[in-house]
Design a protein around this ligand. Structure first.
Ligand SMILES: [Zn+2]
Length: 219
């Protein structure tokens, strides 16, 4: 028999896992869960439904959203995507076993109380997302790359905006002075995208900030 990850006591959205119950018809582990809302609804759910955010409440959360948020999205689909993003964000900052913890939690980057709260962290984050430009082609971005996950430092952004923001984390040494690509760009007036593309093309560091006339090719 395969070992089953014990979920007793864990929280998934508004669900708290009370205990393991009889496997379902296809032999999957099932867990009796209780919703944290006033209804105290209990329901058996499978590990995967809980872990993927397929179900995050007895239905109370969806109802709240339907009445609070004016959107054009499929709530169920979007809540699943946002749940994964929310879950990953908290893992990076709080779970030492997470591969990315060393770049987040270990560096002191954290998630604000509103978004990491055991019961309402996800609903809070979801509401903030819907009210702050969430769209399914965007990902969560920290404006200051050494700042925390909190409303004042976060936005929903395209990958391009995020790549630009990462200028702040690429360091380049030129004439024995080390600065971030963003800083070199400001100082030289050369766009950071140009500096990064020169880096990728293998330019000598000393040449990265040269102003050169470039012939535009037609391809
Ligand atoms: Zn509920």
């Amino acid at each position: 028999m395969a070992t089953v990850d014990d979920l007793t006591g864990r929280k998934f959205g508004r669900w708290t896992v009370l205990k393991r119950v009889e496997n379902n018809k296809v032999g999957r582990a099932m867990w009796l869960c209780e919703c944290s809302c006033d209804s105290k609804t209990q329901k058996p759910l499978s590990s995967s439904v809980l872990k993927t955010g397929d179900s995050t409440s007895c239905g109370c959360f969806q109802k709240e959203l339907a009445s609070n948020v004016n959107r054009k999205y499929d709530i169920r689909l979007q809540s699943k995507r946002i749940y994964t993003i929310w879950n990953d964000m908290n893992r990076r900052c709080f779970n030492e076993n997470c591969r990315e913890f060393k770049w987040y939690g270990e560096k002191g980057i954290t998630v604000c109380d509103d978004w990491s709260d055991e019961n309402n962290g996800f609903p809070n984050f979801f509401k903030w997302s819907m009210e702050n430009g969430y769209s399914e082609n965007l990902t969560i971005d920290r404006i200051e790359s050494d700042g925390n996950y909190e409303p004042s430092n976060c936005r929903w952004a395209t990958k391009i905006v995020q790549a630009n923001n990462k200028n702040n984390t690429i360091y380049v040494k030129i004439n024995n002075v080390t600065k971030t690509v963003g800083e070199w760009s400001q100082e030289s007036g050369i766009a950071s995208g140009v500096i990064r593309s020169r880096l990728r093309s293998g330019w000598q560091n000393e040449d990265l900030l040269k102003h050169v006339k470039v012939k535009v090719s037609n391809d």
